[in-house]
Design a protein around this ligand. Structure first.
Ligand code: ZN
Length: 159
């Protein structure tokens, strides 16, 4: 599987990571046609510099929000404030879903900023991740369009 991510999103993930330093930051990534162009920041309930746990209610809301944006859930992400973008022993131990793509964002200077993996029963495999030029981020529909009724009410027949 080949995955792409826009440079806008990479920049946003690094910004998110910096805002949570020294702790790890985490969140969800949405993609359209294989291009990650949407992210949702979640709370690291561990508030720790070397591991993270997502809030289950936030996860549920993130998945719904990604689908509402017409995107598919492509990956989860977290940051490594002081280490390269490789799964830690803890990351490997806690990776229970072999179908999940794990994107790791390193805030270290001089290493790859972002890499992706699958982790199946303790075995880590690379998911090629290509950074592509930013595209116009998803914009919300104008409120009047978003709330307009899709179907007319059935015609009444009072007679
Ligand atoms: Zn990690």
């Amino acid at each position: 599987m080949n995955l792409k991510i826009t440079e806008d999103i990479v920049a946003s993930l690094i910004r998110h990571g910096r805002s949570e330093e020294p702790n790890e930051a985490c969140g969800y990534l949405g993609a359209k046609d294989g291009v990650i162009d949407f992210h949702i920041e979640l709370t690291n309930v561990d508030a720790a510099p070397d591991h993270y746990t997502m809030d289950p209610a936030e996860q549920f809301a993130a998945i719904r929000a990604i689908r509402e944006q017409g995107r598919e859930v492509a990956a989860v992400y977290h940051t490594h404030p002081e280490t390269p973008a490789r799964p830690s022993l803890e990351d490997i131990r806690l990776a229970h879903d072999p179908n999940t793509v794990y994107v790791i964002v390193s805030l270290m200077y001089g290493v790859d900023a972002v890499r992706a993996y699958r982790i199946k029963r303790g075995v880590v495999s690379d998911v090629p991740l290509q950074i592509v030029p930013g595209v116009q981020p998803a914009t919300r529909l104008p409120q009047d369009v978003a709330t307009r009724k899709r179907f007319s009410p059935p015609a009444r027949n009072d007679g």
